[in-house]
Design a protein around this ligand. Structure first.
Ligand code: C2E
Ligand code: MG
Ligand code: MG
Length: 625
């Protein structure tokens, strides 16, 4: 499962290892010096021993204090091997009796065992044995005696070496465990945030020789919902299931890490400059193709992805992660399950969203929000049969902000709940007022827009309570939901829709045709009607294809027993065309733009006396443009 390649920095020996080796030599040399000076020593004052001891001390000092940072490992092995040869040659040259030479080997083998593991220890022991045997034979010229000495020396060397090797193996295992714990996520076995940082730093270092680095942040969609609905253990199970899928979707050498929660990160190195990002994204897409099989059953899964491609030499790990985060944020805001590649304009968009978020806080209390109403017209009779309530925001600092801009911010930052409640309340209040003034009859309905977030935040009971408070029947309020809500067929959304349906207020699918979902929801969901998006309606008089499309939509809705409202009707020709196609209801600037409650009340009053127009069709209370 692990695809970590760049986490283990084993090619270079760290400085501490050189220092430790230096200390070892220093101590060994000092011991040798002391030994030669001891009263019982046979070699007291031997010049060669002193010289070799001083050499060892000097080498020790160089290793401890010298510029030994990041020396390659093989250098250490070479140093040991060369020293052993030098010592052997020196002893042979002066013909020193054999006893002292053991001193010098005594510290070489433990060192090898300690630092380089069993294989290196065996290698060094063999090398030591060869050097020692060579020098003994050459000095003594009497193999039998020498063999005994040789065997004793080797016995001591191997015993010490093995002992140290066992201790060292344990210490190394402990260190590896610590290293793994520090750089890996225990749940999924992937690298963790720290491991990711190490790999990204290494990739950026290597990039200085050319190539580029791509960072992807992947955030699972609606993971909180999985946790809330099925419990944290199911959420964990999902993460464990997904980790190998993600790891399998990248190339060998790329690194997948779990950054925490439901966020994963991927770092891909592109040394030759030939990486195919599209291919990588396609493979990542396939990760979501199959549902995950969990204890709780099969659950669909998807993720939003933010991508940043490192281009400039100034890019740092920190800046790349920040940019990937901006792209991810955008992806989540656009549509769950989408992928956004970072470009600097995203940052400007983010700043604007932050400004809006700030300004929107308290906008309700400061009475900066209001509702505009636009009539829904019966195309056959010209009667105004309802109105859509549309939210308006005039901020003292930012001026008039269009709903398409501030509503996504309100949804994203959790402000849509109270705002949506207020819209519902105000819409009902106006309707009650118009009823009381005799401007509308009992069939006149007011439609409000309900966003996905609002829906899942327990909106249905509030609809019931508000209708109760104003003494309105359920059918007096229509609830418009957008297709994007239906893209999410999680249990929470399905339950929220069923709850909403149970209120008795009709549900309409808004902006029909602009979503990406399958049409099967039309029959699966408790819908009463749909609103054909203005992008389809506007062109029916000039484009035969559009006309055919709208005609097909009407036929399908008819077959499913759904009411249809055509949106965005701006000309009489379009209204007539719709009527010919069998559309019964419409909305658009042809009759009225969204207007304040007061203006709308005047228009309502005027609409009650329908004047006939030149075409013989009826524009009730309208203001043809
Ligand atoms: P929508 O629900 O599809 O609303 C219809 C939009 O089309 C409105 O834009 C309306 O002003 C515009 N429109 C109506 N007739 C015509 C026409 O003949 N031609 C053209 N070009 N446009 C026309 P608006 O008011 O800017 O609202 C945009 C969207 O904001 C709404 O689309 C709705 O999705 C959302 N929205 C508005 N108020 C609320 C609200 O209270 N809550 C939520 N959740 N969303 C809201
Ligand atoms: Mg609407
Ligand atoms: Mg619409």
């Amino acid at each position: 499962m692990q695809v970590t390649t760049s986490l283990e920095p084993t090619e270079l020996a760290p400085a501490w290892m050189a220092r430790a080796l230096g200390v070892l030599y220093g101590c060994g040399g000092s011991l040798a010096l002391v030994w030669t000076e001891l009263p019982h020593s046979h070699q007291g004052g031997d010049r060669v021993v002193v010289a070799m001891a001083l050499t060892a001390i000097a080498l020790g000092l160089v290793l401890v204090f010298g510029p030994t940072d990041r020396l390659p490992m093989w250098t250490f092995h070479l140093i040991i091997a060369v020293i052993q040869v030098v010592i052997s040659v020196a002893y042979v040259a002066v013909g020193t009796p054999t006893n002292d030479i053991r001193l010098y080997y005594a510290w070489a083998t433990p060192y090898a065992a300690f630092f380089f593991g069993r294989r290196a220890a065996v290698g060094h022991s063999l090398w030591t044995a060869a050097c020692l045997a060579g020098s003994l034979v050459l000095i003594d010229g009497a193999p039998v005696v020498s063999l005994r000495v040789w065997l004793m020396t080797m016995g001591a060397v191997v015993a010490v070496g093995s002992l140290v090797s066992i201790v060292a193996a344990r210490m190394r295992a402990g260190r590896d465990l610590l290293h793994t714990a520090a750089t890996h996520d225990p749940l999924t076995g992937l690298a963790n945030r720290r491991g990711f940082a190490v790999a990204l730093d290494a990739a950026l270092d290597r990039r200085q020789d050319g190539g580029s680095v791509v960072v992807l942040l992947v955030d699972l969609d609606h993971f909180k919902l999985v946790n809330d609905t099925h419990g944290h253990h199911v959420g964990d199970e999902m993460l464990v299931e997904l980790a190998p899928r993600l790891a399998a979707s990248v190339r060998a050498g790329d690194l997948v890490a779990r950054m925490g929660g439901d966020e994963f990160a991927i770092v891909c190195e592109d040394r030759a400059g030939g990486m195919d990002l599209t291919e990588l994204l396609t493979r990542l897409d396939a990760v979501w193709a199959l549902p995950v099989a969990l204890e709780a059953g099969e659950l669909p899964v998807s993720g939003s992805i933010g991508v940043v491609v490192c281009t400039g030499p100034d890019d740092t790990a920190e800046s790349l992660l920040r940019d990937a985060d901006v792209a991810l944020y955008r992806a989540k805001a656009d549509r769950r399950g989408s992928t956004v590649i970072y470009d600097p304009s995203l940052r400007a968009g983010l700043a604007r969203r932050a400004t809006l978020d700030q300004a929107l806080r308290g906008a309700l209390a400061r009475a900066e929000l209001s509702l505009a109403f636009q009539p829904v017209v019966d195309l056959d009779t010209g009667r105004w049969v309802g109105a859509e309530a549309l939210l308006r925001w005039t901020s003292p600092e930012l001026g008039v902000v269009p709903p398409a801009e501030f509503i996504p911010v309100a949804e994203d930052r959790g402000q849509i709940g109270p705002i949506g409640d207020w819209v519902l309340d105000q819409a009902c209040r106006q309707l009650v007022g118009w009823r009381a003034d005799g401007l509308v009859d009992g069939d006149f309905a007011v439609a409000i827009n309900v966003s996905g977030r609002q829906l899942r935040a327990g909106f249905a009971p509030r609809v019931v309570a508000t209708l109760d408070r104003y003494g309105l029947p359920p059918r007096a309020v229509h609830l418009e939901i957008t297709e994007s809500v239906l893209l999410d067929d999680s249990r929470a959304t399905t339950e929220a829709l069923a709850e909403l349906r149970a209120t008795g207020s009709p549900m309409l699918l808004d902006d029909f045709g602009t979503g990406y979902s399958s049409l099967s929801y039309l029959q699966r969901l408790p819908l009463e009607g749909l609103k054909i998006d203005k992008s389809f309606v506007a062109d029916i008089t000039i484009s035969p294809q559009r006309r055919t499309l709208v005609s097909a939509m009407l036929a399908m809705a008819d077959g499913l027993g759904l009411d249809v409202v055509a949106e965005g009707v701006e000309t009489q020709e379009v209204a007539d065309g719709l009527r010919q196609l069998g559309c019964r209801r419409a909305q658009g600037y042809l009759w009225a733009r969204p207007e304040s409650a007061e203006v709308f009340a005047h228009l309502l009053a005027a609409s009650r006396v329908p004047p006939a127009n030149d075409h013989g069709s009826v524009i009730v209370g309208g203001r043809p443009r």
